[in-house]
Every structure is written in structure tokens, then in C-alpha cells.
Design a protein around this ligand. Structure first.
Ligand code: AMP
Length: 295
């Protein structure tokens, strides 16, 4: 595994591979690697001949007062975890390599960036502007055939898919399932911030989503009841959600009832200094959930 810091080095390493017709997979991360990230690396290793892992804590996706300064960074540890998984190139650019002086361009995926985490009352749309911009830049710098993302950040994956479609990136986006702790808590670099009592309460997010899915799969519940079941689980653990919402799982459009399409139930909550997110996709229950108005 080689560690490279600049676009020039990346180019030097990848150009011969591209010319030889080898497929390139990219796994973009902010580092502090865990099994969630490594599951993406393994998927890339299986599918692609060359695996590039990027580690970059992207300042433009952090809002004022968020955890940019305290975000855990340890490139040596990341390299130790990445190498045995068969990563070929670890790309870890400095901020100035990604955002040179005078940088003033951005990629904005309009509506998809303004709901859920992108709602101005939550992280806000600037978060996804930062994400889309840095991912577009990584796509241009690496030129992957396939890029791998986690379902844990469902809205991010939807924003990236739309950007790829809208801007004609010749890249396939693959989204892999959320990797969880034994008690259901979705793995996240931010779990490191949880104090012991918060760590005990944190699995309430996934338990709430499980309750929502169970209520939906029972077949007789409407969407309001499904969300109430989830809220009750959060309340039992004293977790106040920033949001808990059901939306169309493919385009995040608002929904009032089950309508025969997959439904994304997404939750965000802050416990101490850790802002946690999680989600579940509820597949249509072969006609057993409430039908849409008029069929
Ligand atoms: P991050 O380093 O948090 O920006 O995440 C980098 C990539 O890893 C994103 O595509 C995330 O969706 C994915 N990821 C983070 N946590 C998990 C998890 N628990 N399971 C699966 N993928 C994850």
C-alpha cells in the first residue's frame, strides 16, 4: 500500500493502471476507520482491481460550532487498518491540496440537500454542498470506475447518486449496508465522543427504527403509528430526536402514507457532544400496508 498526499502523485500511480484497463474503486472517508469503512473497502477489493481509500476531514462540510477541530484524526492507525484489507493507495491530501487559495467553486444538489440533515434547523444545506463538492473533486482526482458509500449516511448516498446522474460522472455508485455494534448502534467515528451513560442510551436510535419496521411489517399500521412507535422507544431512553421522519427512499420526497414504494425512516439525535444519525428502509409489504389515496 502506498500513501500519497498530492493529486500529482495520485495521477502518477493511477495513470498506468487506467491505461492497462484496470478497474479502479474509490472509498471516500474522513478516517478514524472502523468496520463500517472496512466493509466498503472489502466490497471495493472484491469488485475492483485497484482500490483507492481517501482519508480527508473535509472542512467545508462542517458548520460553525461543529466538531471540525475535535474530529478524530490518526493516519498511522488508518494505514495500519487499511493495509491488510488490500488497499493499494491511501490518498490523504492536506487541506491546501484540496482547497487551494482562492477556491470558490461548489457543487450544489438543490432540493435533496435541504431536507432531513440539510434542513436549516438541523445541519443545513451547506453540509451537503461541502460533501458534494469534495466528492466531485475526489471523483475528478481519482477517476474511479466504482465509488463505495454506506447506507448509514442514506441522504449523502442519495445526494451523490443524483450528482453523478445530473453531472454525467462516468462512475457507478455502490451503497453498502450499515455495519452495527452487537447492540444495534451504527458504527460511527463520532461514537468515540459518547460518555458511558450516553453509550448506554445510544442504541435507542436503532431500537426505535427496529420498532418502526416491526410496526410496519405487522401490516396493519399507518405511517403515523409507525413513527409513534419509534418515538416511544426514543422517549423511553430519554433521547430527544433532532428529527425523526419518513420519506420516499429514492428521492426523499415527503410522504403521508405507505404508497407501495420503499420508505426511508431517518433519525438524528445529539447525545452529549455526539451527533448521531441512523435510518431504516421499509420495503412495501406486498399490499398489506395502507394503500395510497385512490389505490
Ligand atoms: P465518514 O468517514 O463518516 O465520512 O464515512 C465514510 C464512508 O463510510 C461513508 O460512505 C459512510 O456512509 C460510510 N460509513 C460510515 N459508517 C458506516 C457504517 N456504520 N456502516 C457502513 N458504512 C458506513
Amino acid at each position: 500500500m502506498r500513501i500519497v498526499r498530492t493529486k500529482a502523485e495520485l495521477h502518477e500511480e493511477l495513470e498506468p493502471e487506467r491505461r492497462a484497463g484496470r478497474t479502479i474503486g474509490l472509498v471516500p472517508t474522513m478516517g478514524h476507520l472502523h468496520e463500517g469503512h472496512l466493509s466498503l473497502v472489502r466490497a471495493a477489493r472484491e469488485r475492483c482491481e485497484i482500490v483507492v481509500l481517501s482519508v480527508f476531514v473535509n472542512p467545508t462540510q462542517f458548520g460553525p460550532g461543529e466538531d471540525l477541530e475535535s474530529y478524530p484524526r490518526d493516519l498511522e492507525r488508518d494505514a495500519r487498518l487499511a493495509e491488510p484489507e488490500g488497499v493499494d493507495l491511501l490518498y490523504a491530501p492536506a487541506v491546501g491540496e484540496v482547497y487551494p487559495d482562492g477556491f470558490q467553486s461548489a457543487v450544489v444538489v438543490e432540493d435533496l440537500s435541504e431536507v432531513l440533515c440539510g434542513d436549516p434547523r438541523n445541519r443545513g444545506p451547506e453540509h451537503f454542498r461541502g460533501v458534494a463538492t469534495v466528492v466531485a473533486k475526489l471523483f475528478n482526482s481519482v477517476g474511479p470506475d466504482v465509488a463505495f458509500f454506506g447506507q448509514k449516511d442514506a441522504q449523502q448516498a442519495i445526494v451523490i447518486r443524483r450528482m453523478v446522474r445530473d453531472l454525467d460522472f462516468p462512475i457507478e455508485v455502490e451503497v453498502l449496508p450499515t455495519v452495527r455494534e452487537a447492540d444495534g448502534l451504527a458504527l460511527s467515528s463520532r461514537n468515540a465522543y459518547l460518555e458511558p451513560d450516553e453509550r448506554t442510551r445510544a442504541p435507542a436510535l436503532s431500537r426505535a427504527l427496529d420498532a418502526a419496521r416491526a410496526r410496519a411489517e405487522a401490516g396493519d399500521a399507518n405511517l403515523g403509528e409507525v413513527l409513534r412507535a419509534a418515538r416511544a422507544v426514543l422517549a423511553e431512553s430519554g433521547v430527544e430526536p433532532e428529527y425523526l421522519e419518513a420519506r420516499d427512499a429514492s428521492d426523499l420526497s415527503p410522504i403521508e402514507s405507505f404508497n407501495g414504494r420503499p420508505v426511508l425512516v431517518a433519525v438524528a439525535a445529539t447525545l452529549g457532544s455526539a451527533r448521531l444519525i441512523d435510518n431504516v428502509v421499509i420495503e412495501p409489504q406486498s399490499g398489506r400496508n395502507e394503500p395510497a389515496e385512490g389505490g
